[in-house]
Design a protein around this ligand. Sequence first.
Ligand SMILES: [Zn+2]
Ligand SMILES: [Zn+2]
Length: 165
Amino acid sequence: MKNDYKKCSRCGKIKSIYAFSQDRSRRDNLCLWCKECQLEYRQINKEWISIRNHRRYVIKKKTILAQQRQYNIRNQIKQKQYRKNRYYNPDTTRKFTIQRHEKQYNIYPGGRLIHDVIAEKILKRRLKKGEIVHHVDNNGLNNRYDNLIICTRSYHNYLHRQHLR
Ligand SMILES: [Zn+2]
Ligand SMILES: [Zn+2]
């Protein structure tokens, strides 16, 4: 059959279609050159092909790295928003209880004391050095707004001395 043969555009020989590699970009699904010609070409242009492949690899690598960088930036923004949301949602975040100075307190998985976070939410800023959050009823687990006082370390010590009396 006529369709079972194809003329190689390099060597000009008419060969069986099985002597040609597949090329899906072409209408007949076959390469222009026969396999033998392709092999010959590859052997002659070995160096050039390796340079070309390396160049393609470098370009590919650059685009992959750029994509990764963009993904990381997007992810960082997402994570930042996530952390911010977690920071402002004391009710929805999973809590743990820890023992400290013979009293129990709630902490977030990140390790921050929940009463500190709530106090910062009320203040709308981070706690400064030396600012202590005190529980009025001496119950470290009662983090209601009206149970928290922000005070200095010395005043905090004074409050606890009062409480022990
Ligand atoms: Zn050929
Ligand atoms: Zn206290």
